[in-house]
Structures are given as C-alpha cells and as structure tokens.
Design a protein around this ligand. Structure first.
Ligand SMILES: N[C@@H](CCC(=O)N[C@@H](CS)C(=O)NCC(=O)O)C(=O)O
Length: 207
C-alpha cells in the first residue's frame, strides 16, 4: 500500500490527484504547517532527510520530489498517464514534466518569499512579476494550440503543471486575460479524480 506524506496546502495535492486518476489504493499521513513560519513540521524529516512534501513510501521504498514520484507512479501503473506514443507529444510531455518545478516554480516562490519582507517586499515583487509573465505568456500560447500540455490526451505533465498554475492564479498575476490557461484550470478542477483527491487531502488554498 502506498503511503503519501501529505502537507496541507502544498504540492503533494498533485500526488493525491494522480493516485485518484490511476485508481491506485493509498493511505494519507497528514502534516500541518507551522503557523508562523509556514514550514513543514520536523516529523517529516524522519521520513526523508529534506523534510519536504510530497514524499511517498511504497513497499519500504521512500520516494521524494514530485517529478520523481510522478514518474514512479507512471511506471507502477504500466505507463498510464505517461509519455504519449507520438514523438512530438512525448517530447512535450518530458519538457513540461521538468519545466513545472525547474523553471516555473522558482520565480513564483521568490515572489511569495519577497512579499513577506516588510516595506522592501512590495518593490521587490514588482521586479519579479515580469519574470513570471514570460512563463504565463508561454503557457497561454501553448494551451491555445492543444487541449492538454502534451497533446490530445491528459498526462502526468498536466498533473505537474497544476501546482505552478494554481499558485500563479492565487498570487502570480494569472487572470482571465489568459483565457486558455484559465479554461485549462477549470477543466482539471472539474475532474472527479481531482475532486476526490481534494476531499481526501484536507486544506488546499489553491483549487
Ligand atoms: N521541488 C520539490 C519541492 C518540495 C517542497 O518544497 N515542498 C514544500 C511544499 S509545497 C514543503 O515541503 N515546504 C515546507 C518546508 O519547506 O518546510 C517537489 O516538487 O517535491
């Protein structure tokens, strides 16, 4: 049985969604953020030295890092939600799988951290917004060309991209001026598996 170490309001919501899409049985161990620092509690370090979420355990194997977990689950499900057969779609699939955490999350996180600095924070976040806009414009142009990130079918690339786009919607300037991206968000949120994961995960501020 897969155990998901799940931190409230966090990236691990993606893993619950994916497990629901795949229909794999799992158990959730919940963790709450420290109210002052917003960091994960120290117990998570007992599961993995980084003490971050998500982390899963499966048959005694500990797997951390969302992208690595997602690939692990694709393997476990015999390729379901994995790379499409078509070469162009497969390349796009790989691109978005890495891009979500590698390129899109860093400026969003920087904005969040800087915004918390009194006085200076406001000016600093203004400098970050144009960096985020480059990503949002790119995502919008791609989603205007095809229904899902890799192509005609929903894949794990869409699951990876959900958190950066939800974070962008809540604090990164994503709004109705980018209609294809807003429509994609509405489409994932309407999926029964997304809703089921949300119900099981508890507090999640971004859906
Ligand atoms: N790139 C990593 C990032 C992991 C990460 O930073 N997780 C956040 C949750 S959104 C966390 O655990 N934050 C609490 C902390 O750093 O103490 C991944 O996608 O797994």
């Amino acid at each position: 049985m897969i155990i998901v170490h799940h931190l409230e309001n966090s990236r691990s919501q993606r893993i619950l969604w994916m497990l629901e899409e795949l229909g794999l049985p799992y158990e959730i161990k919940r963790y709450e953020r420290n109210k002052a620092t917003m960091l994960a509690p120290p117990e998570l370090k007992k599961v993995h030295p980084l003490g971050k979420s998500p982390v899963i355990e499966d048959d005694g194997q500990v797997v951390a890092e969302t992208g690595a977990i997602v690939e692990y689950l694709v393997d476990k499900a015999d390729g379901k939600l994995g790379a499409p057969a078509n070469r162009a779609d497969a390349l796009r699939y790989r691109f978005w799988l890495h891009y979500a955490e590698g390129s899109m999350m860093p400026p969003l996180l920087l904005k969040l951290v800087l915004a918390r600095i009194p006085i200076l924070g406001k000016a600093a976040t203004k400098k970050i917004q144009p960096m985020i806009d480059v990503h949002l414009d790119y995502v919008e142009s791609e989603l205007s060309q095809r229904p899902w990130f890799a192509g005609a079918e929903m894949t794990a690339a869409d699951i990876m991209m959900s958190f950066p786009l939800e974070a962008a919607r809540s604090r990164g300037g994503l709004n109705e001026s980018r209609p294809a991206t807003i429509a994609w968000l509405a489409k994932i949120h309407a999926r029964p598996a997304y809703q089921a994961g949300l119900k099981k995960g508890g507090p999640y501020a971004y859906a």
